[in-house]
Design a protein around this ligand. Structure first.
Ligand SMILES: NC(=O)c1ccc[n+]([C@@H]2O[C@H](COP(=O)([O-])OP(=O)(O)OC[C@H]3O[C@@H](n4cnc5c(N)ncnc54)[C@H](OP(=O)(O)O)[C@@H]3O)[C@@H](O)[C@H]2O)c1
Length: 275
């Protein structure tokens, strides 16, 4: 790779928010290390971005929901020192916890907690030496409320927020910026997986104003690294308002109690739960 150029390692780069970070950072001149499972999509993206922005793009296929996949990326990092690490790989599940395939849950927890943590640990020493760098975990507004159909997803996103908050303090003497970015509903492949299709679930009940394009999420995330820097940010003004309500002293507790009560009532009556 060209010397003195910055490099970004991005997980979940084959689609959605991760792919959008790849395009955004390439437009800023970053060389790229693109990680995901779907080789064809990674190759196409790497070729496109290299042609468009004259950056170097490497691809690394790895299943980060498994130890072997994480080890593969860690080994690659023995000879690379990215200036930015974006952990965007992730997925949701539909259905009650006790009905969802066990393997899918185990992999989800591994992918969205262990994989990102291990890779952050691998990239940090070189960043600390340089005293600068960026680490971003893609979290969610789901980190601020946990309910039926979401206990695992909310828990792993809370993990990202908690992990990044503590890390920020540890890195106070450096110019390394860390961020847990919490988008709300975003137009990506997230809701189009086989598992979502099986459950015949769609998010059309979510009012249009809450939806964001991944480009808006990524732009806001990157800009907030320098403007009003905070370790946890919520993207989009309507999502910010929602999270502001959920976390407001007293009223936030009441709202969450109310939502929880309504959902439990519906479940007792055998009614569908859409959230
Ligand atoms: N879309 C939303 O509404 C929304 C809202 C809040 C937060 N988020 C979060 O945003 C992040 C990105 O999701 P997205 O919305 O961009 O969805 P997406 O379009 O489905 O992208 C998910 C990415 O994760 C990768 N991935 C999934 N499983 C993987 C595995 N086992 N190993 C390696 N990579 C894996 C996928 O690549 P391969 O399939 O090629 O491996 C893909 O690149 C996730 O953490 C999600 O929780 C999304």
């Amino acid at each position: 790779m060209t010397q003195n150029k910055k490099t970004a390692l991005i997980t979940g780069a084959s689609s959605g928010i991760g792919k959008t970070y790849a395009g955004y950072l390439a437009s800023l001149g970053y060389d790229l290390i693109l990680v995901a499972r779907r080789e064809k999509l990674l190759t196409e993206l790497a070729n496109d971005l290299t042609a468009k922005y004259k950056v170097n793009s490497e691809i690394l296929t790895a299943d980060l929901s498994q130890h072997e996949g994480v080890v593969k990326v860690k080994e690659f990092l023995n000879n690379a020192a990215p200036d930015a690490f974006i952990h965007a790989a992730g997925y949701g599940t539909r259905g009650f916890f006790y009905e969802v395939d066990e393997d899918l849950i185990e992999r989800q927890v591994y992918l969205m907690t262990v994989a990102g943590t291990v890779l952050a640990r691998a990239v940090l020493p070189a960043m600390i030496e340089k005293k600068e760098g960026v680490i971003i975990f893609v979290s969610s507004v789901a980190a601020f409320i946990s309910t039926a159909q979401y206990p695992v997803y909310s828990a792993v996103k809370t993990y990202a927020n908690t992990f990044i908050t503590g890390l920020r303090d540890e890195l106070a003497a450096t110019n390394i910026k860390v961020q847990s970015v919490c988008p709300g509903v975003t137009r990506t492949e997230f809701m189009h997986t086989e598992q979502y299709k099986e459950k015949n679930f769609d998010y059309s009940f979510v009012p249009e104003k809450y939806w964001q394009d991944p480009e808006d999420v990524v732009k806001e995330s990157w800009e907030r690294l320098t403007k009003k820097y905070k370790p946890i940010i919520v993207t989009g003004k309507y999502n910010r308002f929602l999270v502001g309500m959920l976390t407001a002293p007293f009223i936030g507790g009441l709202i969450k109690k109310r939502i929880s009560k309504n959902i439990r009532k519906r479940i007792k009556k055998g009614l569908p739960v859409e959230i």
